[in-house]
Design a protein around this ligand. Structure first.
Ligand code: THU
Length: 132
């Protein structure tokens, strides 16, 4: 399946605008692509009790999963950060569980044309899983 990484990165950049990040002011957007071509976006949501904050990748994933979506083929993550934002360990774990075969596209919101590509499995080798 041919993946339009530019389109998915653009969707993540759009989703980023929904970020609720009054504390860090670091807006992150993510967009998941399903095998059937659906795109589900999400953005980071922060709390005054900082530890409750949820990353953009997990918001997008939770939105998608609870909406009945599955078979994720790619995820894009965008933030204003040199080289683009790499997913944190918690998000890598959740992506590994629910989107194990997905490609990961990363871009700086100020330079959306420069897209780095990774894989979920490559970002979290030897992952903990209960379901193979
Ligand atoms: N953040 C994400 O949305 N994704 C990541 O992979 C790492 C960090 C958010 C969480 C917090 O709202 C802000 O970036 C600063 O850490």
């Amino acid at each position: 399946m041919k993946i339009d990484s530019k389109k998915l990165v653009a969707a993540a950049a759009k989703a980023r605008l929904g970020s609720a990040s009054p504390y860090s002011k670091f807006k992150v957007g993510a967009a998941l692509l399903t095998k059937s071509g659906e795109i589900i976006g999400g953005a980071n949501v922060e709390s005054a009790s900082y530890g409750l904050t949820c990353c953009a990748e997990r918001i997008a994933l939770f939105k998608a999963l609870t909406d009945g979506q599955k078979n994720f083929v790619a995820v894009a993550v965008v933030a204003r950060c040199a080289g683009g934002p790499m997913p944190c360990g918690a998000c890598r774990q959740l992506l590994r569980e629910y989107a194990p075969d997905a490609k990961v596209f990363i871009a700086d919101s100020d330079d959306l044309k420069k897209i780095k590509m990774f894989t979920v499995k490559g970002l979290l080798p030897s992952a903990f899983t209960l379901v193979p």
